[in-house]
Each structure stands twice: as structure tokens, then as C-alpha cells.
Design a protein around this ligand. Structure first.
Ligand code: SRM
Ligand code: SF4
Length: 570
């Protein structure tokens, strides 16, 4: 343990409110990269410096610089886009990016492969349709997620309203983004003129994530985030207030038991009019109490464990001036999406499409990107990115439903997927993610093929079972909340986690370590067989894994690494 502030704290402090030397670095033509300090700062502007890891060996051999490019993450509160905005993102992906769009687990769109000289043009184009990437990454509040349930329209309206209000309230005030990317005028006087009332000069100790859920759907995985609001809905379908959750997070590091994923605690109930005050108080307590020395211990979940939940709640109440009431009852039933058509209260239809791992592209036999572009050209409603990397074509009038369904069906966006595949999610991982230890997005579909064969043999093809994979333990696809969680350990090797609840309320636990493809299939097949034979009526796979004794149940995460029984592959 060191007494020194982490390097990132010094970078933020010296950055003059997130400017650093980014403007100069962009003009530097000798390299496709930017200097390391600026690479940390550019995250606050919604961008990551990456390189194509597939090309590393060849470029090293040829003594060339890495194939640098940037990933841009767009800020889209609640995941709602107009057709015009969709078309603009589709266009910049093809003109400036690697040609694909990536729907993320937090309802945004990522563009990969944008080279340095194209960054400004990309951001200017999306600015024209009122989109930006401010604070989509970095030590700050990020995209606020919101339940995608258009058919329950009054509750959904309240939820999206909350998500947008909180998102706007917690935006950074620095004009650095406008100055650097949109050629906005530099404010005379610089630093002194900029006021960040919530964040101050050094922003937050670490990333911060907020979600809004509307039961019975827990599609946002409310317990995985720093701060959450669960809508309490009355019999007439109106929101009467919100249960407040704090201290969720997924990231951990292999072999470091001091790091662990944690499910959030519910600290009470608040009225809609108090929700922003609560958000500001939670954020500022974390700003002041969070660990700025050790970034692996800097998320709110550790602040709460260190300071105690009651102490934390009391400080939030003091700063907000809001006394939280006792939490109200609610029921979640699932974390997944409902595919196909649902009808809204006003008779308009909402079509949920399955986009495998969120990757929107045209590949042999399925021109999904072209199909979605065609839909955007004729559609007057909106597009909603789900927290499960899928897409809803929302608010479609009856007259257009057949045409839109036909386009989606022909592109394979409505195929009759198995219960496992429609509940599958993989993080990006290779080749763009610098932290990946193993494949994820490029491998999970193949693994699901193999597991589907086994499930079919046991008569389980139609059963909903949640499977999520990540290429490293950071948890970007929330694998610790999946009934089957697979987390990359090294090339082609994964740790297998079992026993999470289908509704997202309980995490899984380590079942087997360091498995290859054959090992994963061999470990799961006997469990599928036993589940098919022994399950009780309505019993979910994750619950069965615990009842059958295959795995112990996890608590909130402080026990995540405890009671692990080592399964040994035969
Ligand atoms: Fe994530 C870092 C991708 C959701 C926990 N995440 C990364 C980076 C930026 C790698 C990096 O730092 O260099 C990945 C970029 C890969 C690429 O090439 O695109 C990355 N994270 C993603 C996305 C795109 C996964 C996806 O396949 O959809 C998701 C983008 C969300 C968005 O639109 O804002 C994404 N990341 C998440 C989630 C899920 C969530 O929030 O619901 C988590 C777990 C929840 C949490 O935060 O605890 C998550 N990402 C992390 C972490 C671990 C944080 C921690 O507390 O330890 C890192 C690494 C870090 O921060 O040091 C990380
Ligand atoms: Fe990269 Fe790891 Fe996140 Fe996957 S989980 S995108 S490998 S940081």
C-alpha cells in the first residue's frame, strides 16, 4: 500500500480540466498514437487508444509501429436513437471506422478503428445529429442506462426521463471537448474560468455507472452498477418512487482476492423529485471518500465495504438533505430481452431483434448492417439499444410492421434462436481490447453451437439459460451475473462460473479453472443432463446448480472467492 496518489490523479490534476496536450497530439503526424498521459485523458472524451492485436506479430517483425486507431464510445442515455442518428453512426462507421457498429452492454454504440486524423471529422459528423462522446469513458459518470420496455409506456417514460435528467446533471462542465474536437473557441483564462461544481479538478477516483430499472425486467442488471434506481410502479402503471441501490461492480483481477465483483445493496426508497439530489450526494461522497491511491480499490463498492453501508447511507442523507424511506417491495423476473413484437399502449409495435454480441455488420449470408440502414431509411419511430447488446425497432405504426419485419427476418435478425443463444452475451475482447487475455466475441458463437448440440440431446434447446463470456476478469459482459459465466484466463482458456440467479439478484461462483473448448463442453454436459432429469417445476439452471450441490451460493461478493469447490476435469 502506498501513500502516493495514483498516476492518473496527477494526470487529471495537471490536465487543465481534461485538455492536457490533446490538441497538439492530434496534429502530430509522425505517429498514429498520442502520448500516454493524453491517452488517459482522451477516455473522458469517450475515446480509447487501441491497436489491432491481430497485426502485432507481423508489425513487430517488420519493425513497424503498432496499427494504432481509436475506439469511440457514443453517449446515448437509455440507448435511444432516432433513425437519423442511427444513419449518421452507420455512415461514420463505414467512412471513418472499421465498417462495423458495436452495440454495447451499456446501451451505447462503439466505433472501432478510427485513425487519429479522422477523429475530428467523425465527432463533427455525429455532433450534427446531436450526439457526442463526452464522458462515455473516464473517471466520471458514464452513460446512464435505462430499462427498455416500451410497451409499459408510462413507467418507461418516467424511467427514461430520470435517466436523461441524471445524465445531464452529472455531465462535466469543461469546454475541453468542444474546443478540441469541434474547433470551439478556447475560453479566455482557461482553468480559472472552468467550474466543475460536482467533480472539481480531479473528477472521480474511478469510473462511475448509473442505471434505472423498471420491474419485472432487470435487463439493466441493476445490481452490477455503482448507483441504481428501481421503479416502484402502482397498479395503474405509474411510478410512485424509486428504491436506491449502491455499490455494485463486476471488475476483479485473477489471483488477487482483494478484488471481487459485488452486487449492490438497496439503501432505501426516494421520491422522483429527490432522485437527482441522491445521485449528486452518492457521487460526491465517492468523490471525497473513494481511494485515489490504488485504482484497483477505487470503485464505490470498496468505499462502501471500507466505510460501512450505514455510515455511507447517513452521509448521503446528510449531503442530499433527503431521508430515505424503507425500501418497497418489487419483483424482478429476468435480465434478458423479450424478442419479437410487443404492442404499446398506443397501438404502435416494438420489434426486438437479436444482434449476436452486438456486432452490426454485413457478413456472408447476413447483411444485417444494410438491413438496419434500410429500416432506418423508412422508419419514423426510434431505435433502442438494449443492455444485452440487442436492438429494438420501437414505435412502428401498424402500416409499417410487415415491411420492417420482412427486412429484419431476411437479415437473420429474427431467427428462431436456441434458449442459450438468445441469452448469450460476449464482450469485445480481441483484436481491439488491450486487456483481453482470451477471445470472447469471436469465440462465443462457436461455443454456443457446441453447447446447443448437447442441450438438444437433453431436450433443453428451448430453455432460457443465461451464458456470458469475457476475455478477461474485468467483467464487461457482466459474466458473474450469468448462470454460465466464462472468463478468459489465457489464450483459448477460460474459468467457468456457475450458480447465478436468472433475475440478476445473485452472482455465480468459480466452478472450474483454466478449461479449453473441449473442457468447457465436458464440464457442462453432465450438468445439463442432470438438470434435464432432476429439475423441479420452473427451476432455473443457476438455482439447480446450487440445489444439486454442484456449487455454493454467492452472497454480495465479499464471499465471492470463498467456498469454491475445485472441479477437476476428467
Ligand atoms: Fe468494460 C475496460 C469494453 C461494459 C468493466 N471495457 C474496458 C475497455 C475500454 C478496455 C480498456 O480499458 O482498454 C474495453 C474496450 C474493448 C473494445 O475494444 O471495445 C471495454 N466495457 C466494454 C464494452 C464495449 C463491452 C461490450 O462488449 O459491450 C462495454 C461498454 C459499455 C458502455 O457502452 O459504456 C463495457 N465494462 C462494462 C461493464 C458492464 C456494465 O457496466 O454494465 C463492466 C462491469 C461493470 C463494472 O464497471 O464494474 C465493465 N471495463 C470494465 C473494467 C473493470 C472495472 C473495474 O472496476 O475493475 C475495465 C478495466 C478498467 O476499468 O480498468 C473495462
Ligand atoms: Fe476487454 Fe476484458 Fe472488457 Fe472483455 S472484459 S472487453 S477483454 S476489458
Amino acid at each position: 500500500m502506498t501513500d502516493e496518489l495514483s498516476r492518473n490523479e496527477r494526470i487529471k490534476e495537471a490536465s487543465n480540466y481534461l485538455r492536457g496536450t490533446l490538441a497538439d497530439g492530434l496534429r502530430e503526424e509522425i505517429t498514429g498514437a498520442i502520448i500516454e498521459d493524453d491517452a488517459q485523458l482522451v477516455k473522458f472524451h469517450g475515446m480509447y487508444l487501441q491497436d489491432d492485436r491481430d497485426l502485432r506479430p507481423e508489425r513487430t517483425r517488420k519493425k513497424m509501429e503498432k496499427a494504432f486507431s481509436f475506439m469511440i464510445r457514443v453517449r446515448i442515455p437509455g440507448g435511444v436513437l432516432s433513425p437519423r442518428q442511427w444513419l449518421a453512426l452507420d455512415e461514420v462507421a463505414r467512412v471513418y471506422g472499421n465498417g462495423t457498429m458495436r452495440l454495447t452492454t451499456r446501451q451505447t454504440v462503439q466505433l472501432h478503428g478510427v485513425i487519429k486524423s479522422n477523429l475530428k471529422a467523425t465527432l463533427k459528423t455525429i455532433d450534427e445529429v446531436l450526439l457526442n462522446s463526452i464522458a462515455a469513458c473516464g473517471d466520471i459518470n458514464r452513460n446512464v442506462m435505462c430499462n427498455v420496455l416500451p410497451e409499459q409506456s408510462r413507467a418507461h417514460a418516467a424511467a427514461i426521463d430520470m435517466a436523461r435528467t441524471i445524465s445531464d446533471d452529472l455531465l462535466p462542465h469543461t469546454p475541453a471537448y468542444r474546443e478540441i474536437w469541434l474547433d470551439g473557441e478556447r475560453i479566455a483564462g482557461g482553468e480559472e474560468e472552468v467550474v466543475e461544481p460536482i467533480y472539481g479538478k480531479t473528477y472521480l477516483p474511478r469510473k462511475f455507472k448509473i442505471v434505472v430499472a423498471v420491474p419485472p425486467s432487470n435487463d439493466v442488471d441493476v445490481f452490477a452498477h455503482d448507483l441504481g434506481y428501481i421503479a416502484i410502479v402502482d397498479g395503474a402503471g405509474d411510478v410512485v418512487g424509486w428504491n436506491v441501490t449502491v455499490g455494485g461492480g463486476m471488475g476483479m483481477t485473477h489471483g488477487e482476492p482483494d478484488t471481487y465483483p459485488r452486487t449492490a445493496d438497496i439503501i432505501g426508497f426516494c421520491q422522483t423529485t429527490d432522485a437527482v439530489k441522491i445521485a449528486e450526494a452518492v457521487v460526491t461522497v465517492q468523490r471525497d471518500w473513494g481511494d485515489r491511491k490504488n485504482r484497483k480499490h477505487a470503485r464505490l463498492k470498496y468505499t462502501i465495504e471500507d466505510r460501512g453501508l450505514d455510515n455511507f447511507r447517513a452521509e448521503v442523507e446528510k449531503r442530499s438533505g433527503v431521508k430515505l424511506a424503507r425500501a418497497k417491495s418489487y419483483t424482478f423476473t429476468s435480465t434478458g430481452d423479450r424478442y419479437g413484437w410487443t404492442e404499446g399502449a398506443d397501438g404502435r409495435g416494438h420489434l426486438t431483434l437479436f444482434v449476436q454480441n452486438g456486432r452490426v455488420h454485413d457478413v456472408d449470408g447476413a447483411s444485417q448492417q444494410t438491413a438496419l440502414r434500410t429500416i432506418a431509411q423508412v422508419h419514423y419511430g426510434d431505435f433502442r439499444i438494449t443492455p444485452n447488446q440487442n436492438l429494438v425497432i420501437a414505435n412502428v405504426p401498424t402500416s409499417q410492421q410487415a415491411e420492417i419485419e420482412r427486412i429484419a427476418r431476411e437479415a437473420g435478425l429474427l431467427a428462431p434462436w436456441s434458449g442459450l443463444r438468445r441469452n448469450s452475451m460476449a464482450c469485445v475482447a480481441l483484436p481491439t481490447c488491450g486487456l483481453a487475455l482470451a477471445e470472447s466475441e469471436r469465440y462465443l458463437p462457436e461455443l454456443v453451437d457446441a453447447l446447443d448440440q448437447k442441450l438438444a440431446a437433453h431436450g433443453l434447446s428451448a430453455d432460457d439459460i443465461v451464458i456470458r463470456m469475457t476475455g478477461c476478469p474485468n467483467g464487461c459482459a457482466r459474466p458473474y451475473l450469468a448462470e454460465i459465466g466464462l472468463v478468459g484466463k489465457g489464450p483459448g482458456r477460460y474459468n467457468l462460473y456457475l450458480g447465478a440467479a436468472f433475475d440478476g439478484s445473485r452472482m455465480n461462483k468459480l466452478y472450474a479453472e483454466d478449461l479449453d473448448h473441449a473442457g468447457i463442453v465436458a464440464a457442462l454436459d453432465p450438468l445439463f443432463a442432470a438438470y434435464a432429469k432432476e429439475r423441479q417445476k420452473g427451476e432455473r439452471f443457476g438455482d439447480y446448480a446450487i440445489r444439486s450441490g454442484a456449487i455454493a451460493a454467492s452472497g454480495n461478493g465479499t464471499d465471492f472467492h470463498a467456498n469454491v469447490r475445485a472441479y477437476k476435469p476428467k
